[in-house]
Design a protein around this ligand. Structure first.
Ligand code: PDD
Length: 304
């Protein structure tokens, strides 16, 4: 199946050099995005993604170059073009192209829209993973889905380098999110996840899992879990559009990655992976398994 690329009305191959050098997404990271999962050729939870895209655009004062209906039609065209039933659609809207200047360009400059469609496979059969605990170095508006993801990619790469699957980000002493997924704890058969304030991205999957938990009669508490309470946690999982519901087996820490404060500036000395220490091991992932099954059932019903 073809991998589809799109830029301002044209279908292109994703590696074509079509983006102008003066594109503000390219120069400043001045844009927003969504990742939408397609199951059986249909975009999952599309309305929620569109609502969040509009929230992000409004937060950055980018004028949408299309209506929500036009955006939904574009997504349908992208899916049709790819002919791929299981795919991830990456949709990006930037402030447009103009001579580099920190100030916003003239209102006549129109936002740029780009997209890719790529095949993906389900994550649900993957074995439980590992999180590396570290300080959250992101800005104070993590709720906006901006393409400025430098702290996220550095956190995820560090986790990967240390043999972990994801980062567990700590801000003000609480474990609030992962680098590219939302973070959940199971304690006493209840779920705990950080409230959707300005410091986390309010995930579409997070919202969907809340509904599933509600249907299953599982209590969800939106509160910030302090690091000291990690030992009382029975299970952990992370959620995201591509991550789906992913159980966690262990949390590790690294002596050179202080999570209670920002690490000292040390240049580019690589961290030694063998210095990682286990801070937490899963005690009971049965409730996470129930949520995974409920998620898989919901997808099967959606895909019919
Ligand atoms: N990541 N938190 C962060 C920081 C994220 O980047 C994401 C998603 C999530 C989960 O949100 P959702 O359930 O809406 O996908 C939480 C996307 C998929 C990405 O950047 O590729």
């Amino acid at each position: 199946m073809p991998i589809v690329g799109y830029y301002n009305g044209e279908f292109v191959t994703p590696d074509s050099g079509i983006v102008p050098l003066d594109e503000r997404g390219h120069q400043f990271g001045d844009g927003v995005y969504e990742v939408i999962r397609c199951y059986n050729g249909r975009p999952f939870l599309l309305d929620w993604h569109l609502d969040r895209l509009w929230m992000s655009l409004q937060a950055l004062r980018i004028v949408p170059p299309f209506t929500k209906d036009e955006c939904a039609s574009l997504i349908e065209r992208l899916i049709a073009e790819s002919r791929e039933p299981e795919s991830a659609i990456y949709l990006q809207v930037t402030r447009g192209s103009a001579v580099r200047n920190h100030l916003f360009p003239e209102p006549t400059v129109k936002a740029n829209v780009s997209a890719t469609v790529r095949p993906v496979t389900s994550q649900t059969s993957k074995a439980p993973g590992t999180l590396l605990m570290m300080a959250d170095e992101r800005w104070a508006n993590a709720w906006i889905k901006t393409i400025n993801l430098l702290p996220n990619i550095l956190a995820k790469q560090t986790a990967h380098d240390m043999g972990a699957d994801e980062a567990l980000l700590v801000r003000d002493g609480a474990m609030i999110e992962s680098a590219s997924s939302n973070l959940w704890f199971v304690r006493d058969n209840q779920l705990i996840t950080a409230p959707a304030d300005r410091y986390i991205l309010n995930g579409i999957t997070r919202r969907f899992v809340m509904e599933l938990a509600n249907q299953l009669g599982i209590v969800v508490r939106e509160s910030k879990l302090p690091v000291e309470e990690l030992t009382k946690v029975d299970g952990i999982f992370i959620t995201g559009t591509l991550t789906e519901v992913f159980p966690i087996q262990r949390v590790v820490t690294h002596p050179d990655l202080p999570y209670a404060s920002l690490p000292a500036v040390k240049g580019s000395e690589p961290l030694a992976a063998d210095k990682c220490q286990v801070a937490w091991e899963a005690r009971d992932l049965s409730l996470v398994g129930r949520l995974q099954s409920a998620f898989a059932d919901a997808i099967a019903t959606f895909s019919r």
